[in-house]
Design a binder for this molecule. Structure first.
Ligand code: GLY
Length: 296
């Protein structure tokens, strides 16, 4: 079994996924358990409940899950008032059509399927939004989308969840719910997922590109590095300054990789036993082990 996820906020979630797999639960149960823990944690402001709002002070969430056995997926974008959008996305995976629902349609689907209508904007998030407005500042801010990949028992599943960019426009959607840039999984090869500025990640179809490279025989670490450096280089060659993007990946044999165009990119991995907090540097050429404040 290998469980990998973006950012240090995933530490407890990766432990939950490991334990669910040990109990014999499905890969989908494990990956949703991982992501639900982060979505429901009020101190994490980039995913689910308590996410940073858009410019209008409304929290709009995106999420997706992809089953690498069948290439089936469920995606949700711009959903309001539902704390755990990845669990809503999961219900769409086996639908023959309607795999990607947005806004009011996504919300109505969630309500019909027993999800509760809940306020997502918490006091700390509202305070920060009001401060920004008072200062007359509405610039976009980055975020820590959670993306996870699990390879276990011959299966590969990827999933994401995010509140997107702080101060985004109403209705703005990034890479996270889009199969190709935000996540990809093929149980014959492996899976990948991205975090960072969706507008740039989409330009490189980054997660699919990593799975494609692994399918050509690259290791996950090589594939992550080539894909991230390649997109960074292509954007620069076209006169653009790349914004931040980072990726994690696992192949079907459970080997993992991570890379980023940031100086340091934290991620969490478990290959069966210990849950490790690691830092990727130099486009994935250097991986360092660190202590993590969420390791309690
Ligand atoms: N990567 C998340 C977003 O851009 O919304």
């Amino acid at each position: 079994m290998t469980v990998i996820a973006t950012w240090e906020i995933a530490f407890q979630g990766v432990k939950i996924a490991r334990d669910l797999l040990r109990e014999g639960k499905s890969v989908e149960d494990a990956i949703c358990g991982l992501i639900n823990q982060i979505e429901l944690e009020p101190s994490f402001h980039n995913v689910g409940y308590s996410g940073w709002p858009n410019q209008d002070g409304i929290v709009e969430l995106d999420a997706a899950i992809m089953n690498g056995d069948t290439l089936s997926y469920g995606s949700i974008a711009s959903i309001r008032n539902v704390k755990t959008p990845v669990s809503v996305a999961r219900l769409l995976v086996d639908e023959p059509y309607n795999n990607f629902l947005v806004g009011p349609g996504a919300y109505e689907f969630a309500m019909k399927n027993g999800f509760k209508h809940e306020e997502l904007l918490t006091e700390p998030a509202k305070k920060r939004w009001l401060e920004k407005l008072a200062e007359g500042r509405n610039e976009i801010e980055g975020h820590d989308t959670v993306g996870a990949v699990i390879a276990s028992g011959g299966r590969v599943v990827s999933a994401t969840s995010t509140s997107g960019l702080f101060m985004k426009w109403k209705g703005r959607v990034g890479d996270s719910p889009i199969v190709g840039p935000g996540l990809y999984a093929d149980s014959d090869i492996g899976g990948a997922t991205a975090t960072g500025v969706g507008e740039d990640i989409i330009k490189g179809t980054l997660s699919y590109e990593i799975v494609r490279l692994m399918g050509e025989g690259k290791s996950p670490m090589e594939a992550c590095g080539i894909a991230v450096k390649g997109l960074d280089d292509r954007l620069r060659a076209k006169g653009k300054t790349p914004r931040e993007f980072s990726v994690v990946a696992v192949n079907k044999d459970g080997e993992y990789g991570a890379a980023s165009n940031r100086e340091e990119f934290p991620f969490v991995v478990c290959t069966g036993d210990e849950v490790e907090f690691l830092i990727s540097k130099d486009f994935g050429k250097t991986i360092e082990k660190r202590k993590n404040k969420y390791d309690v």
